[in-house]
Design a protein around this ligand. Structure first.
Ligand code: PLP
Length: 395
């Protein structure tokens, strides 16, 4: 008989009872070190007192009013995002998928408003992941995600990762913009080079296209800057953010420059829940923490420690790992052929460490940004021990 929860996930046989910082406990009191953070969501760690207090307080006053009325928390969070990024305006939604898909709508609407309704197609890059709606599946073009869901939604053209010739060749009179993740997360922690991102900006400008970054996974301090685009020296026209921005509360946002945002006139888009007072309390509390002086420096320090530890483990265990990759606290270990990332994730769980499998046979580490030096040392010794065990069992 089918379980009441629809079987769309092959779940680990684990359930957690409570958490603190980078730690989770199951009902039997066993402690796990959480370097998955609920897929890069628990940015400020589990049950950060400031976030808990903000949500508790807001829940006791007012959770939801709808976007028919002004929402002071939205104005505050939007202004803070505007003050700290390239963007001039922000729309709040409830998930990464919604944030990216709205960005695609905005690309089309911008060209429509500028007399080019025929410009509706968006170029994406192989290995991309932008969400699970019919349109975003068609943007990502991953065979395994599209299978059985009928014809693709029209309007997306995909080119090879890091290939500018293919990208230029894909541009036509109907092209509206380019959509990329500065570091592919689900695709296997694949960073795009600074040169590549700079070229995308140049090409977009040359052809009158909009450049959009999907920073659903890389945003909100994950790379040691508020947004990963800051490392590239260029700015996008549109940016989608979610995952870490609510710290565990479902929240996404689509940000844009004025020239793009002004096409989104009253009635052009909407969301019942998007940006409700409770979500805004969560988002503002997360930014209180992430924007505090020194916080992002701390992320970079933690990232250096974790990355050099992973590099060393990969060097010591070449029969298990090909190498470490990623920047900031979005890092991965690529497994060699013959070692399956899913098996490594399971073995790590057995030793008390949570991680997340990613594409390209990578084990992904995206710990809470508040992870401590002791947490990282403990995680590295678990990964080291697990690597030795995998080596021995293969011998
Ligand atoms: C997780 C993710 C999404 C989808 O976010 P949801 O909240 O699951 O809809 C989109 N893009 C990227 C880069 C992601 O990592």
């Amino acid at each position: 008989m089918i379980p009441a929860v629809m079987p769309t996930y092959a779940r680990y046989d684990l359930a957690f009872d409570h958490g603190e910082g980078a730690h989770l406990w199951d009902a039997e009191g066993r402690r796990y070190l959480d370097f998955g953070a609920g897929i890069a969501v628990a940015s400020v760690g589990h049950c950060h007192p400031h976030l808990v207090e903000a949500i508790r307080d807001q829940a006791g006053r007012l959770m939801h009013t709808s976007n028919l009325y002004n929402i002071p928390g939205q104005e505050k969070l939007a202004q803070r995002l505007v003050d700290n990024t390239f963007a001039d305006a922000v729309f709040f939604n409830n998930s990464g998928n919604e944030a990216v898909e709205m960005g695609v709508k905005m690309m089309r609407r911008y060209h429509y408003a500028n007399g080019h309704p025929e410009r509706y197609r968006v170029i994406t890059v192989s290995g991309a992941f932008h969400g699970r709606s019919l349109a975003m599946l068609s943007a990502g073009k991953q065979e395994k995600h599209l299978k059985g869901f009928g014809p693709e939604v029209d309007g997306f053209d995909q080119v090879a990762f890091d290939n500018l010739n293919e990208l230029r060749a894909a541009i036509g009179p109907e092209t509206a913009g380019i959509l990329v993740e500065p570091i592919q997360g689900e695709g296997g922690i694949r960073p795009m080079s600074k040169e590549y991102l700079k070229s995308l900006r140049k090409i977009a400008d040359e052809f009158g296209l909009l450049l959009m970054f999907d920073e659903v996974q890389t945003g909100v301090g994950r790379t040691g800057k508020l947004y990963a685009y800051e490392w590239s020296g260029i700015t996008p026209d549109i940016l989608a953010t979610a995952k870490g921005i609510g710290g565990g509360f479902p929240l996404g946002a689509t940000m844009a420059t004025e020239k793009v945002a002004e096409a989104m006139t009253a009635g052009s888009h909407g969301s019942t829940y998007g940006g409700n007072p409770l979500a805004m309390a969560a988002g503002n509390a997360v930014l209180d923490i992430v924007l505090a002086p020194g916080f992002l420096d701390g992320v970079q320090k933690a990232a250096d420690q974790l990355k050099s530890g992973l590099d060393e483990i990969a060097r010591k265990h070449p029969s298990v790992f090909e190498g470490a990759r990623g920047t900031g606290l979005i890092l991965g270990l690529k497994c060699v052929d013959g070692v399956t990332n899913g098996d490594v994730v399971k073995a790590l769980i057995g030793n008390g460490l949570l991680s997340v499998p990613a594409g390209d046979n990578v084990v992904r580490f995206v710990p809470p940004l508040v992870v401590t030096a002791e947490d990282i040392s403990e995680a590295l010794s678990i990964i080291e021990k697990t690597s030795s065990e995998i080596e021995q069992s293969a011998a």
